[in-house]
Design a protein around this ligand. Structure first.
Ligand code: 8DG
Ligand code: MG
Ligand code: MG
Length: 147
């Protein structure tokens, strides 16, 4: 498909927080290969954002997430790189693991090198650029604390 014939798609990704850390994995994909990204994937027909986030997290890491999630932001991302230009409206959710002792598994090793917890002020490099762009503008997925 050419970029003009293709349609924008909706992706839902999730900041899974554990203490001061967030879950990231190094991508294996034609889009953003070898960069660190959040768990997530394509919104399926009829799904809520929360359902999609929970399903993708489970498929990719085996982890369960608390039902209460927040929608943090939405960004518009154009990936013009060949061979397959794509356009995603990416919905960023936030949630916490249902069981803090549950460890992530790399359930899709063809798509990811493995999942690790990273501190927000010590993130790995390079980040997947939609995420990098947010970090550079000062975005944080952690709830604001009252001074
Ligand atoms: P699926 O078949 O499981 O539905 O898809 P997937 O293989 O899990 O898709 P994905 O590439 O992980 O996510 C879909 C798109 O979401 C990805 O191509 C670009 C967009 N996206 C962002 N930021 C992030 C991010 O931090 N993580 C992930 N996984 N995708 C992201 O714009
Ligand atoms: Mg997926
Ligand atoms: Mg994915």
């Amino acid at each position: 498909t050419t970029a003009a014939a293709a349609k924008p798609r909706v992706a839902v990704v999730v900041f899974l927080l554990r203490g001061k850390t967030v879950l990231l994995g190094r991508r294996r994909s034609s889009v953003g290969d070898s960069t660190f990204a959040l768990p997530g994937g394509h919104l399926e027909f009829g799904e809520s954002f929360e359902e999609c986030a929970a399903r993708e997290l489970k498929e990719e890491t085996g982890l369960d997430i608390e039902k209460e999630m927040e929608l943090l932001t939405v960004t518009n991302n154009l990936f013009l790189e060949p061979p397959k230009p794509s356009h995603y409206v990416t919905v960023f959710m936030r949630g916490v693991a249902a069981d803090p002792d549950q460890e992530p598994q790399n359930l899709e090793p063809n798509k990811c090198d493995g999942w690790e917890w990273y501190e927000w002020d010590n993130l790995p490099n390079p980040l997947f650029w939609p995420l990098e762009k947010m970090v550079r503008t000062g975005f944080s997925p952690f709830p604001k604390t009252v001074e």
